[in-house]
Design a protein around this ligand. Structure first.
Ligand SMILES: O=C(O)CCC(=O)C(=O)O
Length: 255
C-alpha cells in the first residue's frame, strides 16, 4: 500500500503525542462518504459474505436473543482488496507516518457497527490489551464515522494522556474470547462527536469506550490499524493476524 501526501500540522502532532488521540475532519469528502457507505452496507447486509470474520463484539453484553449487539467484521480489505488503494486507507497510512514515523504500515482493518437501538456500550479498554507484547509500542488506530457519531449512538470517548500510563489490567467483559474491559469511566473521558467522513486517530495504549446506540439510526465505523512494519512481521511470525480468517485469534496478555 502506498501513502499519498496528507500533511498534518506540527500542532496536530503535538496534540496527538500529548493526548493520545487526534481528530481529523473530513479525511474523505462527502462524495467519498457515499461510496464507502455503499461498500459498508454491502458488508453489513451480507452481499459480501465474510463468514467467520464476522462476529458479535457485544456477545454476552446486551441485546440477548435479538441478533448482533455490536457487529464486528475483521479484514474487509481481504474481501475487497481495492480498499487498500482507495483514499481512506492511503490517507490514514500517510497520517500515521507523520504521527509516528516512516516505518508505520498497515496491520489490519475492521468494521464495527452498532445497529439502531442495540444499546450495547463498547467497554472501556486499551487496544494493546488485545495484542502480544511488542518491544516497539508505537501503534495507531483510525476510527472513521460513516454516520454522524453522537453520544447517543456511540461516538468514541477517550482518556486524554492515558497512552502514557501503564496498561491497565483487562478482563473479559461478557463472553470469554469476546470484548475486553478495564476500569474506566466517562468522568475521565472526553466524548468526540463527529460527522460522516471525519475520523479520530488514537494510540494503541489510549483508553477508550463508546456508549450503546439508543437511537433509531445506524452508527457505522470503519477502522484501520497501523504499527511499525517490523512489529507486524513479529506478530505474523508468532501467528497473530487479528482474526484473519479466524475470528478467535485474540490474544490477551493482561488478564
Ligand atoms: O466502535 C466502537 O465502539 C469501538 C471501537 C474501538 O474500540 C476501536 O476502534 O479500537
Amino acid at each position: 500500500m502506498s501513502a499519498n501526501n496528507y500533511k498534518v500540522s506540527a500542532h496536530q502532532i503535538r496534540f496527538f503525542n500529548e493526548n493520545g488521540y487526534l481528530l481529523i475532519e473530513d479525511i474523505i469528502s462527502p462524495k467519498e462518504v457515499h461510496i464507502y457507505s455503499d461498500i459498508y452496507n454491502g458488508f453489513l447486509e451480507g452481499a459480501i459474505n465474510t463468514g467467520k470474520n464476522r462476529g458479535d463484539l457485544g456477545a454476552g453484553l446486551g441485546n440477548p436473543g435479538k441478533g448482533e449487539s455490536i457487529t464486528q467484521i475483521m479484514w474487509p480489505s481481504d474481501f475487497m482488496p481495492q480498499l487498500l488503494s482507495m483514499p481512506y486507507h492511503e490517507r490514514v497510512l500517510a497520517i500515521s507516518r507523520e504521527l509516528l514515523g516512516d516505518d508505520m504500515d498497515f496491520d489490519f482493518d475492521m468494521l464495527i457497527s452498532k445497529a439502531p437501538e442495540t444499546n450495547t456500550p463498547t467497554p472501556w479498554h486499551q487496544d494493546a490489551a488485545y495484542w502480544i507484547n511488542m518491544p516497539d509500542t508505537r501503534a495507531v488506530s483510525c476510527w472513521m464515522a460513516l454516520d454522524h457519531a453522537t453520544k447517543d449512538n456511540g461516538c468514541m470517548w477517550y482518556g486524554a494522556g492515558s497512552h502514557k500510563l501503564p496498561l491497565r489490567p483487562h478482563r473479559f467483559a461478557g463472553k470469554e474470547g469476546g470484548a475486553l474491559v478495564c476500569d474506566g469511566s466517562e468522568e475521565e473521558g472526553i466524548a468526540i462527536e463527529i460527522r460522516p467522513g471525519s475520523c479520530i486517530f488514537h494510540h494503541g495504549h489510549t483508553l477508550h469506550y463508546s456508549r450503546g446506540n439508543s437511537t433509531s439510526g445506524n452508527r457505522r465505523a470503519f477502522i484501520v490499524n497501523l504499527r511499525p512494519a517490523a512489529m507486524i512481521a513479529l506478530e505474523r511470525e508468532q501467528g497473530h493476524d487479528h482474526g484473519r480468517g479466524n475470528a478467535s485469534d485474540r490474544k490477551v496478555r493482561n488478564l
